[in-house]
Design a protein around this ligand. Structure first.
Ligand SMILES: [Zn+2]
Length: 185
């Protein structure tokens, strides 16, 4: 009589400890993933994040996905500002909803909900998400647009954000009164 080779122990028996741990671990991970997925950081070019300021003629989504009328107005202003020796740059433009949400979450973490509400709109209210707002820099470019922006329909919207411009008037018409901050709209 020959001896059969020793049978490997069934996987369900050897792996029982691991399997039990997995049964416990999976729901815990699923709950974690729902609130904070591994890919949570929305600072990507596809989300409209800009690592550094770009010209209003750039092809990054932050500029390319702006409302075409707004982009054209900023480009026209940029050409005219250049004649005055002022370089208009875009610090932020179009943003994805998840990028906007991340900015709001970070503002809440830094300043608390009340101050965050004055500084950052949620994705449901932000004109950056609809491509109808652009943040301009440096400060001399903001000041140039404060003086000349209305000629292109570009107006500073919030008194506490000298950099945030939207198309809120018809070219050559006066800008509407500014809102005190982002909580007011
Ligand atoms: Zn803005």
């Amino acid at each position: 009589m020959t001896c059969p080779p020793p049978r490997p122990r069934p996987a369900w028996r050897t792996g029982v400890g691991v399997a039990t741990a997995a049964l416990i671990a999976v729901p815990a991970y699923a709950a974690f993933a729902q609130t904070r997925p591994a890919s949570a950081d929305a600072r990507t070019a596809a989300d409209g994040y800009l690592r550094e300021p770009v010209t209003p003629f750039d092809t990054e989504p932050a500029v390319a996905d702006l409302d075409p009328g707004l982009r054209a107005a900023v480009q026209q202003a940029t050409a005219d500002a250049r004649a005055d020796g002022v370089a208009i740059m875009v610090n932020s433009g179009w943003r994805s909803g998840r990028y906007q949400q991340q900015l709001l979450d970070e503002a809440i973490a830094s300043y608390g909900p009340a101050e965050a509400d004055r500084r950052v709109n949620g994705p449901d209210r932000s004109t950056h998400v609809t491509g109808r707002a652009v943040d301009i820099g440096p400060p001399e470019a903001d000041r140039w647009l404060q003086r000349h922006g209305a000629a292109y329909g570009l107006c500073q919207v919030y008194a506490n954000e000298i950099w945030h411009f939207e198309l809120t008037t018809r070219p050559g018409r006066p800008c509407p009164p500014q809102l005190p901050d982002a909580s007011a709209d």
